[in-house]
Design a protein around this ligand. Structure first.
Ligand code: SAH
Length: 397
């Protein structure tokens, strides 16, 4: 078969989709992303399609197909299982000279949707001669190759800063966007908690600044980090500030945004998978669970509860029945646990500690609020670790 490859500009153009099931659901996002004016003709819709209809992103005609539905359409997508019904749509499209994609019968189609991968401005579409699996495999290989060779043009990123959450430690838990930007960095300023394996992949010409090695107290070090970020960006570099977990969860990301804003440097924030949710999750602890916990609170334990500097209302937390997640709380754990109990939280509340969640060294300790601090010392638990208090600790057994 001699096909003529083509890309369609569907923006504002009418596309007819016949059928409201799984196939139509899968096809819809790309049609909508292309800006098509989509009419769906189907007696019933999947919940996802119904949501698009309710949001006004497509028009639903709640009935069976009629040949006149094709009038005025630039493209028809047949997404019905019944071959006779599908043939009727193709025939109507053929008569009107409109291209028709048929999911049920490739041979009867006049247009095919290729396997696609999109990278910046580049879209690669792979068509197959009936061997869909092969097309998908080829597409995946091209996608991997494109990822490995970022565009030579660093167009708009010069002089920019991206504040990227690296996730809790497993290098696979960075977001796709974070990873893409990291691959384009000229300078990477990394935290102690940023996964080493991600840094291992950087091109040799990338300047790596290890923020953990800056030799001052915490607040001076932060000023120094801000200074480095701003200075490198002003010199025209694309700077990625890579931070453990999510940049805005006890990550001082806000201060870096302010420092950049003061210097007039554009900043992109790329949220990350935070250890406060991920570390419990990977230890089999959901931070919420139906009928068990309808809230979870994340607090920093780096300041002892009785310190005048503490901004945490421990008495209020003790009264909550939901899940409590304490970050940076190992050192002060004896005082935190005692305070929570003193303020009324049950001493036998289930409690757990997850050390180095998501990494090969992950350790989980299960105990109770009354005993967890001593158990942690006995077991030699070390930071980074999160402490979880609440009934969710035992909910999955
Ligand atoms: N921005 C980070 C948190 C920074 S504060 C985030 O969103 O995850 C540092 C604290 O995070 C550590 O003291 C520890 O309490 C917690 N933490 C970070 N990574 C962790 C991990 N892999 N496992 C358990 N706790 C972790």
């Amino acid at each position: 078969m001699n096909l003529y490859p083509l890309a369609l500009k569907l923006d504002g153009r009418r596309v007819l989709v016949v059928g409201g099931g799984a196939v139509a659901t899968r096809r819809m996002p790309a049609l909508l992303a292309a800006g098509a004016r989509v009419d769906v003709v189907a007696p019933a819709l999947t919940p996802a399609l119904r949501a698009h209809a309710e949001a006004g992103r497509l028009t639903w005609h709640e009935r069976r197909f009629a040949a006149s539905d094709v009038d005025g359409a630039w493209l028809v997508q047949v997404a019905v299982d019944d071959p006779a019904a599908a043939a009727e749509v193709s025939a109507a499209a053929e008569r009107r000279g409109v291209f028709c994609v048929r999911a049920d019968d490739r041979a009867a189609a006049t247009a095919w949707t290729p396997a696609v991968t999109r990278h910046d401005q580049v879209t690669v579409a792979v068509t197959d001669g009936g061997d869909r699996k092969r097309a998908l495999a080829v597409r995946d290989q091209i996608a991997a190759a494109l990822e490995a060779t970022p565009p030579r043009e660093r167009e708009s990123l010069k002089g920019h800063v991206a504040l990227v959450g690296s996730g809790p430690g497993d290098p696979e838990l960075i977001t796709v966007k974070g990873r893409r930007l990291l691959a384009r960095a000229d300078v990477v300023v990394a935290d102690r908690l940023a996964p080493g394996m991600l840094l291992d992949e950087l091109r040799p010409d990338v300047e790596l600044v290890d923020a953990a090695k800056i030799p001052y107290g915490a607040s001076v070090a932060q000023e120094e980090i801000n200074r480095i970020i701003v200075e490198r960006a002003q010199a025209g570099a694309f700077v990625v500030r890579l931070k453990g977990g999510d940049p805005f969860v006890f990550g001082r990301g806000g201060e870096e945004v302010v420092a950049c804003a003061k210097a007039g440097i554009p900043v992109t924030v790329v949220p990350g998978v935070t250890s406060s949710i991920a570390a419990p999750a990977l230890a089999g602890i959901p931070v919420t669970h139906r009928g068990v916990a309808h809230e979870f609170t994340v607090v920093s334990g780096h300041v002892p509860p009785e310190s005048p500097e503490s901004l945490v209302d421990w008495a209020a937390l003790a009264r909550l029945r939901g899940t409590l997640v304490v970050l940076m709380g190992l050192k002060n754990l004896p005082r935190i646990a005692a305070r929570l109990i003193a303020e009324g939280r049950a001493a036998d509340s289930p409690a757990a500690i997850v050390q180095e969640g998501s990494t090969d060294s992950q350790r989980v300790l299960r105990s109770t609020l009354a005993e967890v601090a001593e158990a942690a010392v006995n077991a030699g638990v070390r930071p980074p670790a999160v402490v979880v208090v609440g009934d969710v600790v035992t909910v999955l057994g």
